[in-house]
Ligand binder design. Structure first.
Ligand code: PLP
Ligand code: ZN
Length: 448
């Protein structure tokens, strides 16, 4: 069994292979001071390897769905792999992770897959996978404040879900939060979450990329800590998605994972989780990864078509998948590295394709947000093209709860999204409250 945390150790490390400068996790640093590259959290793998792969699996299995703090969190039940130095008293958790792997035999058969699961990362405290990273970031900030680092507030730019998660976890920790949102570009449900949690909410007349520029400048001011995913602490929490999926599949690795991407932190996290399991002997193969983008915000797709030889930011157009309406992704280099390592594929989905794919899977009992729709549409296209073969084993990452995107659902079922399959529009039948009329209607509807 794993007993002491002290021999495990993690630091920031520059991702540029010819630099690799290291920084203490208590330093306020988001990009390498020498070369400007992003940082990653680097673990002492030698110490982690003193425990065998089999022992890690047993340890994680013994903690899964524990009722006891902190193993009651799907992040902190893997704390040695996340941030080993955080003491219990500084852990800021709302029981994130531990989400269901949705399975439908009918849907799997209809897709012609060997196995098919939807990892429900949106079924979480604030309704998106952003909770998985935010618990780690706020715990580290609480640890830093306790160690005397003068942090006055945390801040982020957000396309909606990051701000909800930051506001909630900051409120839980008692630390002020400042949120920058593109005015008029996030859903009502997403907007009201940080408002309710008491964050200072600032709407800017720009897009997400514009908000990102502002928050980068603002957080250069002393005492305001940056909570966007360019801060690699968040990746440490999100990378547990890979561990949890594999654990739920009884430590078998699927052939493919399909994930929607915008700023591209999450796909890097997905890769990091699998690489860690591979290095530490828990698994002996890697899955292939599909990164799915909205056609209206597809800079990585365009780069993929050129074998990643060049990358040009785009100006993202309005998309129903508003959380991935990003033209200049911060984690582009990390994402390309990951996709190369995982024999990755990038696919895109139009507004009609993402809407139809979300609605179709809803008919098997899911309730998909538009971003999961992007991933499902990519899966459909790759199956049709034969890139993903019949009989293969696939997991789609669902990134948010459908309840955050009521406008999207209403629009679809009002037949208001251009080019969608009108056969799936489900209308409400309003009639007189007379039993015989109701029975007639039901006979009609069920073709009895
Ligand atoms: C943040 C977010 C994404 C994109 O994740 P990145 O790490 O920015 O690629 C996808 N879907 C939803 C619902 C999100 O909130
Ligand atoms: Zn560097």
């Amino acid at each position: 069994m794993v007993s002491t945390l002290t021999r495990y150790n993690a630091e920031f490390e520059c991702i540029n292979d010819s630099c690799k400068t290291r920084y203490d996790l208590n330093e306020i640093v988001y990009e390498c001071r020498k070369c400007g590259s992003l940082l990653q959290v680097s673990h002492n793998l030698e110490a982690l390897k003193t425990v065998s792969g089999e022992e890690w699996k047993q340890t994680f299995d013994s903690r899964f769905r524990s009722v006891k703090f902190p193993n009651s969190s799907g992040i902190w039940n893997k704390r040695e792999w996340v941030l080993p130095h955080i003491e219990d008293k500084n852990i800021v958790t709302s029981g994130e992770g531990l989400s269901h792997l949705f399975h439908s035999e009918r849907l799997t058969a209809d897709l012609g897959l060997g196995s098919f699961f939807v990892k429900q990362c949106g079924i979480s405290h604030t309704g998106s996978f952003k909770d998985l990273g935010m618990t780690v970031l706020l715990s580290q900030v609480k640890h830093m404040i306790a160690s005397g680092v003068p942090i006055k507030a945390v801040a982020c730019a957000s396309s909606g879900d990051t701000s909800a998660a930051l506001a909630s976890y900051a409120a839980k920790a008692g630390i002020p939060a400042i949120i920058f949102l593109p005015a008029g570009k996030v859903s009502q449900a997403q907007l009201i979450q940080p408002v309710s949690n008491g964050a200072k909410v600032i709407a800017l007349d720009t897009d997400f990329d514009g908000c990102m520029q502002i928050v980068k400048e603002v957080t250069r001011e002393a005492g305001i800590y940056l909570a966007n995913s360019m801060n690699s602490l968040r990746i440490e929490g999100q990378k547990t998605i890979s561990v949890e999926i594999t654990q739920q599949l009884e430590w078998k690795v699927p052939d493919w994972i399909v994930i929607p991407g915008g700023n591209l932190g999450n796909v890097s996290a997905l890769g990091a989780g699998f690489e860690m399991m591979f290095s530490l002997g828990l698994i002996d193969k890697l899955p292939r990864i599909v990164l799915a983008q909205a056609e209206h915000a597809n800079p990585l797709y365009l780069s993929y078509l050129k074998n990643f030889e060049s990358f040009e930011p785009v100006s993202a157009k309005t998309t129903l998948a508003s959380a991935i309406q990003i033209g200049n992704p911060v984690s582009i280099r990390k994402a390309i590295k990951t996709l190369k390592k995982f024999d990755g594929v990038v696919e895109q989905a139009s507004e009609a394709e993402l809407s139809d794919a979300a609605a179709k899977a809803d008919l098997y009992g899911l309730y998909n947000d538009p971003h999961t729709g992007v991933a499902l549409a990519a899966l459909n296209k790759l199956l049709k093209r034969g890139t993903i073969a019949k009989g293969e084993n696939v997991v789609v990452i669902s990134t948010a709860h459908g309840l955050k995107f009521t406008e999207f659902k209403l629009q679809f079922h009002a037949g208001e999204i251009a080019g969608t399959d009108s056969k799936m529009v489900n209308s409400i039948h309003r009639i007189e409250p007379k039993a015989e009329k109701v029975i007639d209607l039901i006979r009609n509807l069920l073709h009895l």
